[in-house]
Design a protein around this ligand. Structure first.
Ligand code: HEC
Ligand code: HEC
Length: 331
């Protein structure tokens, strides 16, 4: 009879130990939660948009596979569509991702965070409504100095699906922080290509080359370091050909590995290196059909005619403050 008490006693002891462990574990978690909440409260709130990671793409579904292909086309554009492209040969060998960093997900890294929410939209350059397909084709024809793609191709559908997936939690019409290239303050002087050359040799040349030619990968299917000027670079109708875009992009993203919390260049250096790079030769694009309404030209658009009397030289390199004041006075 006595022997029966033993397992029951053992059971009771175990039950007490387990219960007290659970209670103390619960209390510890509550303490940690409190600590975590205090930590969050102490951190400054960073409200910029950050994109999903490509590994979050739901690749098990057919629509997910199309999104994944869209990401592939953004990251490895040259492999599919470059001079040796496996699908078509319609671009200069750059990848979209060379400029739209990490699949277009990085704050102030020229990301795609407002694309799905803000297109179709009226754009003054084309003097009309533009769809996502039209905007992508602008980069094909200018930044990739290449040819348009039909919106019905699998490739365009894939790029569209990727943009939609990236932006599907952004309410219509909303542009979250960090979804445009950062606007730097205008200098008091014109941006200076000679000073920019010094910045270039010290900070950029090691990767992008002494002649801005970049460096192809060994298979020749894409660039390890993309070119910044010359026949394989973006043409003079591309966004980066405007000094403010180039300077704002580079300030927050270059040398490679820089982010907007840790800029390496000063604003001045960014403007000057923009002036140097964009004074070098590159392909020309006929832009005679652009900017039908010349009053809408951005002040650093380097091709006349203009509504003001400033020269093309000043519209390209600055000083921009005088032009800006003139623009304000006419509004
Ligand atoms: C040489 C650099 C470069 C390359 C390569 C490039 N783009 Fe762009 N792209 C830009 C710049 C600069 C802008 C304008 C950003 C701004 O004004 O804030 C832009 C804008 C865009 C926009 C509009 C973004 C918005 O928020 O309105 C889309 C969409 C886009 N690019 C898609 C692409 C796709 C797709 C590819 C590849 C086929 C590509 N781009 C390749 C530089 C580039
Ligand atoms: C450590 C190497 C490295 C250095 C140094 C560097 N870059 Fe880059 N740069 C890259 C890489 C890599 C890319 C493409 C990024 C990608 O595909 O993810 C790039 C892309 C670019 C682009 C957009 C693509 C293009 O070809 O137009 C510009 C503009 C650019 N860099 C300018 C600069 C400038 C200006 C400097 C100096 C201030 C600089 N970079 C320094 C590695 C570098």
């Amino acid at each position: 009879m006595k022997a029966h008490w033993f397992p029951i006693l053992l059971f009771i002891i175990i039950a007490i130990v387990v219960t007290s462990e659970i209670i103390s574990g619960y209390q510890k978690r509550k303490e940690e939660d409190k600590e975590f909440a205090a930590y969050l409260a102490a951190e400054p709130v960073d409200t910029v948009w950050r994109g999903w990671n490509k590994y979050q793409i739901p690749v098990w579904s057919d629509s997910g596979k199309l999104i994944w292909y869209g990401h592939e086309l953004i990251a490895n554009t040259s492999y599919y569509l470059g001079p040796k492209g496996t699908v078509a040969q319609i671009t200069n060998g750059l990848n979209c991702q060379n400029c739209h960093l990490d699949g277009g997900t990085i704050p102030f890294g020229n990301n795609f965070g407002k694309v799905y929410a803000t297109y179709p939209q009226f754009r003054s350059r084309n003097n009309g409504m533009q769809s996502i397909y039209d905007r992508v084709n602008d980069c094909f024809e200018r930044s990739l100095n290449g040819k348009k793609m039909d919106s019905k191709t699998k490739e365009m559908q894939a790029i569209y699906s990727y943009m939609k997936w990236l932006g599907d939690d952004v309410p219509k019409g909303v542009a979250r922080g960090g979804t445009s290239i950062m606007k730097l303050k205008y200098l008091d002087r014109a941006a200076d290509p000679d000073k920019g050359f010094q910045v270039y040799t010290a900070n950029c040349q090691s990767c992008h080359g002494a002649n801005g030619e970049g460096q192809l990968n060994t298979e020749g299917t894409g660039y390890n370091y993309p070119p910044l000027w010359g026949e394989h670079s973006y043409n003079d109708g591309a966004g980066l050909y405007r000094l403010s875009s180039f300077a704002g992009f580079v300030k927050n993203n270059m040398p490679f590995g820089t982010d907007y919390h840790n800029s390496k260049l000063t604003d001045e250096e960014a403007w000057d290196v923009a002036a140097f790079v964009n004074s070098q030769p590159r392909p020309h694009k006929d832009q005679s059909a652009d900017w039908k309404n010349i009053a809408k030209k951005p002040l650093d658009f380097p091709f006349g005619p203009y509504i003001d009397t400033f020269t093309e030289q000043q519209h390209k390199y600055g000083p921009f403050k005088a032009i800006n004041n003139f623009n304000k006075s006419t509004k």
